[in-house]
Design a protein around this ligand. Structure first.
Ligand code: KG4
Ligand code: ZN
Length: 363
């Protein structure tokens, strides 16, 4: 007999968030504790791996305690301990993985290692409300992961099974946002700050920024050209080469309106390209007789105001369900790991205590 009920504690420390969460039956978030390290990295303009690992060590135990307490459960009541063991910074991943192994071993509970990218695609099926009416998630789905490290499209046939349809050939969309925020001097963390600035601007106020859609049938993405186009638009033409390169001006020479319009033009190009590729993927899947039942979106950039707007509009146009994660589980969190781990738990598919940490995703 298989069981469909579970209470799973998951831990996450792949980058700059230390997180723990308890999820019931793979769907209901009982707690979602996230300790972010943004303040520690702000002066460097990006995540410093050694600082991140040390902060995870300080935070992991308090975060686990809070997650279990907020969920109103005891450690004994848990059915399994899940952990993100790939992809991520190795020194960071090791903290949650070591803690999860210790907990699983000392409590005598199964250990389940989860791929963080796959888990991002599961976040849209989580709910915060314990009384929510839950319908069974429908498959096949078209999956879109838009994060700091990934920009990928998938043909998703179950919570645990997916085939990649497209990938970025250079920067991920979140990475492009972070770099664009540096170019525009928009603040840190770059993605959310640029999104906010873009909402105050008018993309029609300036010439559009170009973005490559690659070959006409390609489902891949490319963001490095957009980043360079923005750089030249902000700073003017370069002269000199290598480390001697100089520009005509810098972001501080722009007016507030010019900055906001450039941010809006960047957002229009970056998100417009995602929407075009999602449409292309839907058309190709339909031609192959594989029309998906819904579009699943996940990853940090799924918090972006414009992508949420464009995906919902696309869903209306195509009469297709679009599933966006609740805002609290768009960025890195452990609830998505606990939810996905439920499907491994019910299948009795557990890991051993020699679970490795791996820098790259298997997805
Ligand atoms: O999923 P995530 O938290 O970490 C990774 O797995 O990479 O995604 C982080 C990325 C960062 O690049 C961040 O700038 C971007 O998501 N991001 C956003 C927004 N919120 C987060 N990008 C655009 N608009 C946002 N509102
Ligand atoms: Zn992530």
């Amino acid at each position: 007999m298989t069981t469909t009920s579970s209470l799973i504690l998951a831990l996450e420390s792949s980058c700059d968030e230390t997180a723990a969460s308890v999820v019931r039956d793979g769907r209901v978030i009982l707690s979602n504790v996230i300790a972010t390290q943004h303040k520690l990295h702000v002066e460097y303009g990006g995540v410093v791996p050694e600082i991140a690992s040390r902060a995870h060590i300080e935070k992991i135990l308090p975060v686990i305690d809070q997650a279990v307490t907020k969920a109103g459960v005891t450690f004994d009541e848990l059915d399994a301990i899940a952990v993100g063991n790939r992809p991520g910074l190795i020194g960071s991943l090791l903290i949650a993985v070591s803690a999860a192994k210790s907990l699983a071993w000392s409590l005598g509970k199964p250990l389940i290692g989860v791929d963080h990218v796959q888990a991002h695609l599961y976040a849209a099926d989580l709910v915060m409300d314990a009384d929510a009416q839950l319908s069974e998630p429908d498959y096949p789905a078209l999956g879109l992961v838009v994060s700091g490290g990934h920009t990928c499209l998938y043909h998703v046939t179950s919570a645990l099974e997916m085939t990649k349809l497209g990938n970025t050939i250079d920067d991920a969309v979140g990475e492009a946002y972070d770099k664009a925020a540096v170019i525009l001097d928009a603040g840190y963390p770059g993605g959310p700050m640029l999104d906010k600035l873009a909402q105050t601007g008018d993309p029609k106020g300036i010439d559009p920024l170009p973005i490559s859609l690659l070959d006409k049938d390609s489902l891949d993405f490319s963001y490095s050209g957009l980043k360079t186009a923005l750089l030249y638009r902000v700073r003017g033409n370069p002269s000199g080469k290598g480390k001697d390169v100089t520009f005509e001006r810098s972001a501080s020479d722009l007016t507030a309106d010019e900055k906001a319009n450039l941010a809006a033009a960047f957002q229009q190009a970056a998100i417009g390209a995602v929407t075009k590729k999602v449409k292309r993927a839907l058309d190709q899947m339909a031609e192959q007789g594989k029309t998906p039942k819904r579009i699943l979106v996940g990853g940090g950039v799924s918090a972006n105001s414009e992508i949420r707007k464009q995906m919902l509009a696309l869903g209306e146009q195509r009469n297709m369900q679009v599933c966006l994660p609740p805002m609290s589980v768009c960025l890195d969190n452990a609830a998505m790991l606990a939810g996905l781990a439920h499907h491994r738990f019910v299948a009795g598919d557990f890991d051993t205590l020699d679970l490795p940490v791996i820098a790259t995703s298997a997805m």
